[in-house]
Ligand binder design. Structure first.
Ligand SMILES: Cc1ncc(COP(=O)(O)O)c(C=O)c1O
Length: 338
């Protein structure tokens, strides 16, 4: 099967698979006390600073939810976009852990200081949940990007109100490759406090990391991770993946390829009569409206998701493994079906 459903449909990149195989020698200490995981943590610290606290987990949902749980007291809330994965696609995991989400008005997946402001009370009010965190997604669920300046202005505002900034970076590699900015420029230098760093969508498997750039925010997180059943016993296999991803810029090669393929797909599909590209294509997601009769027939040949049942908008994702043939074959099928 070839698909445009999600970057999760792609396999594991061969260099990552080799790293897993290479780590599969002899016995090693468990629960992260192995040399391979230690090397990976050092690579993260080379990027995010020696003070950063790094924790590996297996899913993006667990990473986001446990970070937010850790940053919030029971009376706190988290401000996010109405399109945020934590709001729409985590089956209420944050709410199930007692986290109140407050939704800011959103344009093309992005929130701004102006749309956040009305949710932050000017004075403490005992009757209201008190915001503790602003969570943004980079790149957004709608395939758009926050510029470095936009991230910085959200961080400046958050810090002026005593709030933390969390970035859901399930696709942060795609964002960095597209913006031509380093991970550090998009996070540390802007003032982001905590990052969910995604590996899975960029060629890894079950490899996500909670990166506490502001180290005190991460204090004792290891206990919450264990209590929440996310402390991985054979951690070396996750460590090996991150070590490979962060070596020789594999993260950038994978993400840049994925982004390029999205642009090619948007150009080629967008030129077909009856197809309208609906969002700016800034990373590896393409959103479109196609004739309603074509959706199911096309899905039978190339799985993808209908993003919005009401408008009929569909989402096509590319990945490190999307080939030119995939795009040509998909567009040929689309033309034929229309
Ligand atoms: C923006 C975003 N955050 C987080 C995730 C991670 O979710 P999962 O729990 O499926 O690994 C995803 C996956 O689709 C995502 O798109």
């Amino acid at each position: 099967m070839r698909s445009f459903a999600s970057d999760n449909y792609s396999g594991v990149h061969p260099e990552i698979m080799k790293a897993i195989m290479d780590a599969n020698e002899d016995h090693m200490s468990s629960y992260g006390a192995d040399p391979v995981s230690a090397d990976a943590v050092e690579l993260f610290r080379d990027i995010f600073g020696k003070q950063a606290q790094i924790f590996f987990l297996t899913t993006g949902t667990a990473t986001n939810t446990l970070i937010l749980r850790h940053l919030c007291k029971s009376w706190n809330s988290v401000i996010c976009s109405e399109d945020a994965h934590i709001n729409v696609d985590e089956c209420g995991a944050p709410e199930n852990m007692g986290i109140k989400l407050m939704l800011a008005e959103t344009v093309n997946g992005k929130i701004t200081v102006e749309t956040i402001k009305p949710l932050v009370p000017s004075e403490a009010d005992v009757h209201r949940a008190q915001p503790a965190v602003i969570s943004i997604t980079q790149n957004t669920e709608l395939g758009t990007l926050y510029s470095v300046d936009e991230i910085k202005s959200i961080c400046d505002f958050a810090h002026s109100k005593g709030l933390y900034v969390h970035m859901d970076g399930a696709r942060i590699a795609n964002a960095a490759a597209a913006l031509g900015a380093s991970f550090k420029e998009m996070t540390v230098d802007c003032g982001v406090d905590v990052l969910s760093f995604g590996g899975t969508k960029n060629g890894c498997m079950c490899a996500e990391a909670a990166v506490f750039i502001t180290p005190e925010a991460g204090e004792n997180f290891e206990y919450l991770r264990k209590q929440s059943m996310q402390l991985i016993s054979k951690m070396r296999y996750v460590g090996a993946q991150f070590k490979a991803l962060l070596t020789n810029e594999l993260w950038k090669r994978n993400a840049a390829h994925s982004n390029t393929q999205a642009r090619k797909l948007a150009e080629k599909a967008g030129a077909i009569e009856g197809v309208k590209i609906t969002r700016p294509v800034e990373a590896n997601g393409v959103f479109a409206i196609i004739p309603a009769h074509a959706v199911e027939k096309l899905q039978e040949r190339f799985p993808f998701y209908v993003w919005d049942e009401q408008s009929g908008e569909v989402r096509w994702m590319t990945s490190w493994s999307t080939t030119d043939d995939d795009i040509d074959n998909f567009c040929a099928a689309l033309t034929e079906i229309i």
